[in-house]
Design a protein around this ligand. Structure first.
Ligand code: SF4
Ligand code: SF4
Length: 308
């Protein structure tokens, strides 16, 4: 029988360190907040965020028989740090921790498929649809509802015992469970993330992607605005500052046992090498890396921006 215990055991077996359960409800308040955020233009060029709002509000639009959402977290902090010393820093660009190893989508999609197949063998009536941050689902909202953590002032979901370096997956399904209790907000009076953001992209619980280095170096298809020159602190792909300074990560960040998230030589990228990189080399080197997302053109743009 599919119940909390069975799901938790399977989650652990497939490498998910966090698991929680929430009943299906309409996300009316959350969707209207998202709409406001979109209307203000905070999503910058990420037009896909405007789509499927009805599915985001009501997961029954995705799976008509949906009764609950199982939220899962997979840790990715390998415990390694950026290594380049001060004198080398200018020659290298830093890569966000999440992109040091294999693309988490490949790992999580495969595991989720296997896990759901196994659950269907146990109960052929189990219906499930899963998403790893790319679908029409408010992944952080469900993670919070399922008790994985609270959404901090830096907008990441933070777990009190293990920090925020984890990827989120949600399984919309047709089973009922004993539901998790959402955690309170433990940010308190802290403002470390807001104070440390070099481009002023953060206000409490609010991010402006137009100013965020992560957006500007990854999703952004255009030029990087001149106003941020000298503020990138050598980030060439993504940015971890608002997570690195968070006391919950400093004290409690859990180290992953998943070796595929360990660095595969992509913690720092040599700026000159990127500027001279050919398409074939890019394809080969970043074939299974999240860095592929920016495409060679985007990566070269970032390298140029840091250099000039
Ligand atoms: S990722 Fe970097 S630029 Fe973006 S909000 Fe966090 S600190 Fe600011
Ligand atoms: S740095 Fe402080 S304010 Fe920001 S998310 Fe962490 S605890 Fe919350």
């Amino acid at each position: 029988m599919i119940n909390n215990k069975l799901i938790s055991e399977h989650a652990l077996k497939y490498g998910f360190g966090l698991v929680g359960f929430s009943p299906v409800t309409l996300l009316t308040k959350e969707t209207s907040r998202l709409k406001e955020w979109l209307e203000e233009g905070n999503h910058a060029g990420m037009g896909y965020m405007e789509r499927n709002l009805e599915k985001k509000e009501n997961v029954k639009e995705i799976l008509a028989s949906a009764e609950s959402v199982i939220s899962l977290g997979m840790f990715y902090n390998s415990g390694e740090v950026h290594e380049k010393q001060n004198e080398e820093k200018q020659e290298f660009g830093k890569v966000s921790r999440y992109a040091w190893g294999t693309d988490y989508h490949f790992i999580m999609w495969e595991r989720l498929e296997e896990m759901i197949d196994e659950l269907k063998e146990i109960d052929s009536g189990f219906e499930a649809v899963f998403y790893v941050d790319t679908g029409p689902v408010m992944d952080k909202v469900w993670a919070v509802k399922s008790g994985l953590g609270w959404q901090g002032k830096n907008t990441n979901v933070i777990n009190k015992d293990s920090g925020s370096f984890f990827f989120i997956a949600n399984i919309i399904n047709n089973k009922k469970f004993d539901y998790s209790i959402p955690l309170p907000d433990f940010c308190g009076t802290c403002s470390a993330c807001i104070d440390a953001c070099p481009t002023d992209a953060l206000k409490p619980y609010h991010i402006d992607a137009r100013k965020c280095i992560s957006y500007l170096t990854i999703e952004n298809k255009g030029e990087i605005p001149k106003e941020f020159k000298g503020k990138f602190e050598n980030w060439i792909f993504g940015c971890d500052i608002c997570q690195d300074v968070c006391p919950w990560n400093k004290k409690f960040s859990l180290i992953t046992s998943e070796l595929k998230f360990h660095s595969s030589g992509n913690k720092e990228l040599e700026i000159e090498k990127i500027l001279n990189m050919e398409k074939e080399e890019f394809k080969k080197r970043f074939e299974v890396s999240p860095i592929k997302r920016s495409k060679l053109l985007g990566l070269k743009r970032n390298a140029e921006y840091l250099k000039s």
